[in-house]
Design a protein around this ligand. Structure first.
Ligand SMILES: Nc1nc2c(ncn2[C@@H]2O[C@H](COP(=O)(O)OP(=O)(O)OP(=O)(O)O)[C@@H](O)[C@H]2O)c(=O)[nH]1
Length: 517
């Protein structure tokens, strides 16, 4: 599994092994039939086209409209107007305090009395005072966002105040004294935005990821999801399914009628087949999006004294591990989170892989090997079918290249592909970083290009559910069962973007947010 250590005649090079690891149908059959019969045109082509359009419109649903999804999508006590500090805690130049809800305008008037509401979406300089004592609190910029054209879809106000703790707490207390206002709970602003149709669920997840993004690649991926790429894709697929369902429903209702357009079932089959291919391609992304969210794992392993700890310190730009000329210094797996070329990485230093040592070091070596085995398994799942060496993402690094000229010859021709490095002079570090970047991009995916990645197990679950249902559709001999399979498939896509029946997961998702977002 591991490349051999250099031969004796090339002893001056140390060997390091760097391992990156890494609802029911919208087209109501009964209504369709009734609509046709009521018009007295059952089976005619024009009526069929009308139904088809109806179904497509119904499936498309409202987009970016201030449409309440369901009361349970909102947190308890959601009728209240909420307020919170939306910028970070602590002393800062400017702090942003937000309100959302029907009493927002009233709160703004009370704190800036006796002024009227400022023009919508324009920054205005106002003196804020405590309504109870009339004491001035700050001279602040205020922004008035009447709903539905606001982040939450409700009336909102933003107070851009000076970021001193006394100012912030004074304004928060003043808002708390306004009737109908209460402090917001974690994620409540975003939850209201979701409930009012301002964001779909994948966009909410993208927003949460953006707030938590620590590296460039994570930020890019989150921004794409917040921009709605995945949601858009799912809506397109759901529309395809609605069309296919409309074809099958029409055949069930009017199949005996000579006037029905020919080949409707064949058309549905073609659409389903194309969708199966598209879904399959997305599901084969080897969880790259999820790995980018949670971070890849890079393990540095190799013989004792090779310079593993030196490399870990170099990559993490801090003294994580003890470096010493004595072999066997590192006796356990030491882990540190780092940003490697824009990718979030958990970097592990391991005990040197040597035999015939004491029990403590042996345990360290055992853990190092265990890490590597685990990595190999993860990496093997990235498109590779076997666990052979060639399927593993390994970078062979020969360290101490600065000693080459003085202490020995360079690597021989039988040495596998490798990189030369000197942790002392830094020579070869750029090449290693570039190689790591390529390996990590292969493991985590490149968020700047290609189709949007699936960033959560939930996405994977629903796409797989959709694909399974399409498989049932293909196998169904009975048309009614085939139609039901299409509805199930579409239900998965709907739930992925936050439609029907997702209330149970809302709490989990919104828990990721901080108060004020
Ligand atoms: N000349 C030279 N010495 C190096 C280089 N990298 C590390 N060393 C030295 O090699 C010795 C071992 O370095 P470590 O980083 O502790 O090696 P390790 O692989 O973590 O060692 P173990 O913990 O024993 O497994 C130290 O004296 C380092 O200063 C290098 O690139 N060039």
């Amino acid at each position: 599994m591991y490349p051999k250590a250099p031969n004796d005649d090339r002893e001056s090079l140390s060997t390091l092994l760097v391992v990156p690891r890494s609802g029911r149908g919208v087209l109501p059959r009964l209504e369709a039939t009734q609509a046709g019969r009521a018009g007295g045109v059952a089976g005619c082509k024009s009526m069929w086209r009308g139904l088809w359009t109806l179904a497509a419109q119904a499936a498309r649903g409202p987009r970016r409209l201030c449409t309440r999804r369901s009361s349970s999508a909102l947190a308890p006590g959601s009728g209240a107007t909420i307020f919170a500090l939306s910028s970070g805690q602590g002393r800062c130049g400017v702090a942003v305090i937000r309100t959302s809800g029907p009493a927002s305008g009233q709160a703004l008037r009370i704190l800036t009395a006796p002024r009227d509401l400022p023009p919508a979406r324009h920054a205005s300089l106002r003196l804020l005072s405590d309504p109870r004592s009339g004491e001035p609190l700050d001279r602040a910029l205020v922004l008035w966002f009447p709903g539905p054209k606001s982040f939450t879809g409700e009336d909102c106000v933003e107070f851009h105040v000076h970021g001193g703790p006394a100012v912030v707490s004074g304004v928060l207390q003043a808002l708390g004294s306004v009737p109908g206002l209460r402090p917001a709970e974690a994620g409540e602003f975003t939850r209201r935005a979701f409930a009012h149709g301002k964001l779909n669920l994948t966009e909410v997840e993208g927003l949460a990821d953006l707030i938590h993004a620590e590296t460039e690649a994570q930020r890019r991926q989150a921004l794409r999801q917040l921009d709605g790429e995945l949601g858009h894709l799912c809506r397109g697929w759901a529309e395809t399914l609605t069309k296919a369902l409309a074809h099958v429903e029409a055949y069930i209702d009017f199949g005996e009628d000579d006037n029905l357009e020919e080949g409707v079932l064949e058309q549905a089959d073609i659409e389903v087949r194309a969708l199966q291919v598209a879904l399959g391609a997305h599901l084969r992304d080897a969880r790259r999006g999820q790995r980018l969210r949670s971070g890849a794992h890079v393990v540095v392993t190799g013989p004792p004294n090779a310079g593993k700890s030196s490399l870990v310190n170099l990559l993490s730009r801090k003294p994580v591990s003890i470096v010493s000329p004595e072999p066997g210094t590192t006796r356990d797996v030491l882990e540190t989170p780092v940003d490697l070329a824009g990718f979030p990485v958990l970097l592990s230093d391991t005990a040197g892989l040597r035999e015939g040592v004491g029990p403590v070091e042996q345990e360290g070596v055992r853990r190092a090997r265990e890490s590597c085995n685990f990595l190999a398994t993860v990496v093997a799942s990235v498109g590779a079918q076997s666990h052979s060496d060639s399927s593993q993402r390994l970078l062979l690094v020969l360290n101490k290249s600065d000693l080459l000229s003085t202490e020995g010859p360079g690597p021989g021709p039988d040495m596998p592909p490798h990189l030369l490095l000197s942790c002392v002079t830094g020579e070869g570090l750029d090449g290693l970083l570039e190689a790591l970047r390529e390996e990590l991009a292969a493991v985590c995916g490149d968020p700047s290009t290609g189709p949007p990645l699936l960033t959560r197990a939930r996405h994977q679950h629903h796409l797989q559910g959709c694909l399974d249902a399409l498989g049932h559709y293909k196998q169904s001999k009975d048309l009614a069962l085939a139609a039901e399979a299409l509805r199930v498939a579409r239900g998965h896509l709907t739930r992925l973007t936050g439609g029907g029946g997702t209330e149970e997961i809302l709490d989990i998702i919104f828990r990721d947010f901080c108060v004020g977002k």
